[in-house]
Write a protein of this length. Structure first.
Length: 137
């Protein structure tokens, strides 16, 4: 992906004026895993529709709310992640609009998980009683 940055600098001296420098180069944007069949592409959601993603290079979770990576919450396989004792599946579920989106589902109960922050700013996983409506792709 390319970007163009414009640097505008007012010149002093005879008559003044504006100088424009154009810098062209790649944008340093993180690359995330893309979820097949999901309309949300690289984002996965929890029970409260909070957005997360998994880095393509190390498979660890990125929290869009905090802007931080959690290197303890990483992919163990193509569709399963581990966080402590939790095994979390990433599956496509039907959203309220009817679109299929990737979501974080507890492997043991097949219910949504909810990721919240504790008083120290650490991510804590809760298993909800909410079963998803799985998409058949």
């Amino acid at each position: 992906m390319w970007f163009v940055a414009f640097l505008l600098a007012a010149l002093t001296g005879c008559g003044g004026g504006i100088s424009v420098d154009v810098i062209v180069g790649p944008i340093d944007r993180p690359h995330f895993v893309i979820w097949f069949g999901s309309s949300s592409e690289d984002q996965v959601v929890d029970a409260n529709n909070d957005a997360f993603a998994f880095f393509a290079d190390n498979g660890c979770l990125f929290n869009f709310q905090t802007g931080r990576e959690n290197t303890s919450f990483c992919l163990a396989s193509a569709d399963t992640a581990r966080y402590g004792g939790f095994r979390v599946r990433i599956v496509n579920v039907r959203s309220v609009t009817g679109a299929c989106i990737a979501a974080l589902i507890d492997e043991a109960t097949a219910h949504f998980i909810d990721i919240e922050l504790d008083s120290f700013g650490r991510e804590v996983v809760f298993i909800t009683a909410i079963p998803p409506d799985f998409c058949n792709i």
